[in-house]
Ligand binder design. Structure first.
Ligand code: FES
Ligand code: MG
Length: 543
């Protein structure tokens, strides 16, 4: 490779774990950024080595990147463990790459700093500001309703991906970047810097320099992450009106630390955490506005009384010190405590006979009129059936119906895809309906919105009660009371359970087999059972 001894002797080996791929649209700037990270590592006296790891791009992977989150986590863990690596820069951004890389680094327990891809710049079409994901769904509904011509659709398509970077709404990518910063895994201020501004390049180089320092300090994830940091991550995702996916990922991240994060803990924090970030899809603005408004540090600075500001970070200072002096520049984007987007309960845990182990709803992204609702079920057995029937003019459905999709969970789909924002039937769109109560064992994109009850556990494919619901059954949700009720007698449920077909068999081989055999349900974070917890006394290379 052409190195002299002096190139690497007495220098920490710092790996740049890069999730760049030409099939990951959100990471298209990562080749440049890797060079900028390398510059920082060299400046600080380290020996940089770039190591590609699996890329999980939301746009082009089927059936869903979530199927592969744990695979990337395993790859990161083993790549860090089997090479002579002293510290790592984790380059991720698009949704699942963030939790996967954090989970892997935690399990390997090697000094690691996360470098988020940053969000795209805000998009404009005509005089409209477009937000990725959210406005795709919104304008697709208009197109189905017949309100948008071909050339307008093409215009939107050409504008909505403004630059390199992740979705610029508060989707899963930006939510998880904020969570990573709140956990203490990034440099201060990293979460909200847009992907293509000069500051993002400077962040890359600074991150490289810091990676060399943490190698000398031997500052490992286990040295700064605690149950209190995990709480900070959860409260942050709630306060920014973040993606429901953050709950699943944080449970999995905590699990790698040996910390059991429960949905009940999530419920407790949800009842006390205000939503102050006014960002789409639950609010009005985009990530670039959030950055210009002061960003995450400013938002967290105003929640000092709720957060655990004493938690340590990768930077050798506390979260409180990281947020010191951060000012809110724009009060519309980061709302004051006495005039928040919601005083609490932006995302809620529901329980009831249809979801014995819980389910979630992002109530701030729903039509408030539907948060207490009772209606007859319209059940789709799986995604293909839903696709083939949803726009059928003869489908017996009204605005009061409760649309239900099953076989869409971790096992059923498989992979726990983002099918939870079921489309509104075309005939109802044409009649002006834009939201309905929808229920599934799926997830939904962080950029999605609507009255969608998600992550029903146990899922139908694992024998959950959702498997037994029939079209016409009455379903009731009451979000203020945190309940979901299926109005069918226990005897009838037992009768249907006895007549239910056996559960699906495991796929016979390959990753799909490993996945189906070991994946956990939504309420426990969907990690593989054999990856949860810490390996006592493990050292790199010794299992
Ligand atoms: Fe990559 Fe949204 S598609 S972040
Ligand atoms: Mg997404």
């Amino acid at each position: 490779m052409g190195f002299d001894d002096i190139d690497y002797q007495n220098r920490p080996v710092v790996a740049i774990l890069n999730t760049w791929s030409e099939l990951n649209t959100c990471h298209s700037h990562f080749r440049n950024r890797a060079d900028e990270v390398r510059r920082g590592i060299l400046q600080a006296g380290g020996f940089p080595v770039e190591v590609p790891v699996m890329s999980l791009g939301e746009m082009l992977m089927k059936p869903t990147t979530m199927l592969y989150r744990n695979l990337l986590a395993m790859e990161v863990e083993e790549v860090l463990r089997c090479h002579p690596i002293d510290a790592a820069v984790l380059m991720g951004g698009c949704d699942k790459t963030v939790p996967a890389m954090l989970m892997g680094a935690i399990s390997a327990d090697i000094p690691s700093v996360f470098f988020p891809a940053g969000a795209m710049l805000s998009a404009r079409w005509k005089d409209v500001t477009l937000g990725s994901g959210s406005d795709v769904w919104k304008y697709w509904d208009e197109r189905v309703a017949g309100n948008l011509c071909d050339s307008d659709w093409k215009g939107i398509e050409n504008c909505i991906g403004r630059s390199a970077g992740t979705c610029m709404t508060m989707g899963t990518a930006s939510t998880m970047a904020c969570v990573a910063e709140a956990l203490g895994f990034t440099l201060p201020g990293a979460a909200d810097i847009p992907a293509v501004v000069a500051e993002h390049s400077r962040l890359a180089t600074r991150t490289g320099r810091r990676a060399v320092e943490i190698a000398w300090e031997n500052r490992k994830p286990s040295d700064f992450l605690t149950a209190q940091s995990i709480d900070n991550g959860l409260m942050t995702s709630l306060a920014i009106g973040g993606s429901t996916n953050a709950i699943v990922h944080l449970i999995a991240i905590a699990g790698r630390l040996g910390i059991q994060l429960t949905l009940d803990r999530f419920d407790e924090l949800s009842r006390t955490t205000p939503v102050t970030g006014d960002i789409r899809p639950s609010g009005r603005f985009l990530m670039e506005d959030f950055y210009n408004a002061g960003g995450l540090r400013a938002l967290l600075n105003e929640l000092r009384d709720l957060l655990n500001m004493d938690c340590q970070t990768i930077n050798g200072i506390t979260l409180g010190q990281q947020c010191d002096g951060a000012e809110v520049i724009n009060r519309e984007v980061i709302r004051p405590r006495d005039n928040p987007v919601a005083p609490a309960g932006g995302t809620c845990l529901l329980r009831g006979n249809l979801a014995p182990n819980g389910c979630v709803i992002k109530s701030i992204a729903a039509d408030p009129k539907l948060l207490r609702h009772r209606g007859p079920a319209v059940v789709f057995n799986d995604y293909p059936e839903m696709k083939s029937k949803i726009n059928d003019p003869d489908l017996d459905v009204s605005a009061d119906s409760v649309l239900i999709l099953r076989s869409a969970g971790p096992l059923g789909a498989p992979g726990f895809p983002e099918w939870g924002m079921l489309p509104i039937p075309k005939k109802l769109l044409q009649a002006g309906v834009r939201d309905m109560v929808r229920l599934s064992d799926a997830r939904m994109s962080g950029t999605s919105y609507g009255t969608c009850v998600l992550h029903i556990a146990p899922e139908s494919a694992a024998g959950g009660p959702l498997a037994l619901v029939q079209t016409g059954d009455e379903i009731e949700i009451n979000v203020p009371e945190r309940t979901i009720h299926w109005h069918v007698s226990d005897e009838e449920i037992e009768r249907r359970a006895a007549a239910a077909p056996p559960l699906k068999e495991l796929p016979p081989r390959g990753y799909a087999h490993l996945y189906a055999k070991h994946v956990g349900q939504a309420d426990i974070g969907c990690d593989f059972d054999f990856l949860v917890g810490r390996t006592p006394g493990a050292e790199p290379g010794i299992h």
